[in-house]
Design a protein around this ligand. Structure first.
Ligand code: FAD
Length: 456
């Protein structure tokens, strides 16, 4: 039986330290035995949420990565059931050789299935495939009363919509059954285009989205003037057998090379300085070769996973990822404004990614139809003031910030960004009236206060 111990945790952005009592689970039985020993708890997967969603300072955390059993896999239908702590990396190792892949995947495979469902993650194919919850057949949830409730879009649907995107605040997801997508090969047919400015980047994405299954743009965050928003549009779909060269077709479901470089220590200062980035971005931009190629699934979906622990490059102050989405109306002008505004913060945008979203899903799910931009920014004292001002504009435009990346949005902005919050709170009041499930995020956004304050 695993035991409790005190330890220090951070979000992926490493902007602050948080001390909690942690229990590394190995089985659901262990979780049930331990559940009542702590009054306020939170599930944590592999800690890839950037901010405070997976932190529970001064309280208890169940780490789920040991709940990693694959339970059932139907090779004909692609229906796959597993425990919630299974990582996407391990899941892919099981299903890809049999010709199946994830229906939706975030930009890293070092995350758990439970963490992905709790954040209702999106991938580069959001416009066509939605978020992960669209592909979940059902999930089993351990609720505050100690009951295990199965829910889906049809069964206990309110609880399902509150849990997908609910950031662990309705209970612990124990098991997930999902529908995989067919993958004739483990390769992606990729098309890359160089774009000269923001209008061209957005235009290329809009046209390409009609043809390609997945799309995303890398933006040179330091470009300015006529070249503001220049970058690379990256388009892809799963390659068919007939797309492969003879050499690749010999082993169409070959597992990509798993070797990764590692950052061996915490850097004493942020090494991603503006002067260096300017050279890097300019070099990268010039080297973009427009045209089609074949890439393995790792290269296309998880380029950042090639460098283990890359978040340590930002030094002891860490970094923040600002990801927002806004509707189509006025998107180009606001994206340009946001880029310019962020270039004026002490340290400039390191990585900027732009893409289009289709229809939304769960009540606290992030995507809404429109455009999303994600910007990695080294932490600096002025940063959060600038972001708060941008939040105000995002709210005015009818947009929102992604909770899985957040650690600073104000409660009043959160309520405006997520208009379904009342429906969500109603479910939370029913299943967890005393806020047994709580997090730094839920307390910062005054969710706990709202629930507890409304108790008779
Ligand atoms: C390099 C990188 C790229 C990314 N790209 C994308 C992307 O393209 N799209 C996207 O949507 N996201 C993306 N993300 C964010 C990431 O997918 C989410 O933050 C995801 O939730 C992380 O999963 P995790 O297992 O690490 O969960 P954690 O970070 O540990 O937890 C995240 C949330 O899930 C809850 N949770 C975890 N496990 C459970 C469980 N079993 N039951 C209930 N609640 C649970 C936690 O309480 C917390 O609120 C990216 C992150 C990184 C680092």
């Amino acid at each position: 039986m695993s035991s409790w111990y005190e330890t220090t945790l951070t979000g992926w952005g490493r902007t602050g330290l948080s001390t909690s009592e942690v229990n590394d689970l190995h089985s659901v039985i262990e979780l049930l035995a331990m559940f009542d020993t702590r009054p306020q708890v939170l599930a944590r997967g592999l800690g890839r949420s950037y901010g405070d969603a997976a932190l529970n300072t001064g309280r208890a955390i169940f780490r789920t990565a040991g709940l990693e059993r694959a339970v059932e896999f139907d090779h004909d239908t692609g229906h796959f059931t597993c425990e919630a702590g299974l990582s996407l990396a391990d899941l892919i190792r099981i299903v890809l050789p049999a010709g199946w892949f994830l229906p939706v995947t975030p930009g890293t495979r070092q995350v758990t299935v439970g963490g992905c469902v709790a954040a209702d993650v999106h991938g580069k194919n959001h416009l066509n495939s939605g978020t992960i919850s669209r592909h979940v057949l059902w999930l089993d949830l351990l609720t505050a009363g100690g009951e295990i409730i199965r829910c889906s879009a049809e069964e206990n649907s309110d609880l399902f919509h509150a849990t997908t995107g609910g950031m662990g605040l309705t209970g612990v997801i124990l098991r997930v059954a999902m529908r995989l997508r067919k993958a004739e090969t483990s390769f992606m047919k990729v098309n890359r285009l160089r774009t000269a400015n923001l209008a061209e980047t957005m235009n290329a994405l809009t046209i390409a989205d009609e043809i390609w299954e997945s799309s995303v743009a890398w933006i040179d965050g330091l470009s300015y003037g006529q070249e503001l928003g220049r970058g690379e549009v990256i388009l892809g779909h799963h390659a068919k057998q007939e797309d492969l060269t003879f050499k690749l077709s010999v082993e169409p479901h070959r597992m990509p090379d798993e070797s990764r470089l590692s950052i061996p220590f915490d850097f004493p200062l942020n090494v991603l300085r503006q002067s260096w980035l300017r050279v890097f971005n300019s070099h990268r931009f010039k080297r973009i070769t427009t045209g089609e190629s074949m890439e393995d699934i790792w290269q296309f979906h998880y380029p950042l996973d090639a460098l283990n622990g890359w978040n340590r490059l930002y030094g002891p102050l860490g970094f923040h990822q600002y990801q927002f989405v806004i509707p189509d109306q006025g998107a180009e002008s606001f994206m340009g404004y946001a880029l310019k505004r962020l270039q004026n913060v002490q340290e400039s945008p390191v990585l900027v990614v732009l893409k289009r979203f289709g229809a939304g899903a769960g009540w606290l799910s992030f995507p809404i139809p429109g455009w999303t931009m994600a910007v990695d920014l080294p932490y600096s004292p002025r940063l959060f003031d600038v972001l708060e001002k941008l939040d105000k504009r995002v709210v005015t435009l009818g947009g929102r910030v992604y909770l899985a990346k957040d650690e600073r949005v104000l409660p009043k902005h959160f309520r405006e960004m997520y208009p379904d919050i009342e429906r969500w709170l109603e479910v939370k009041r029913n299943v967890d009236p005393t806020c047994r499930f709580t997090s730094d995020l839920s307390r910062r956004l005054l969710i706990d206060q709202e629930i507890m304050g409304s108790r008779p």
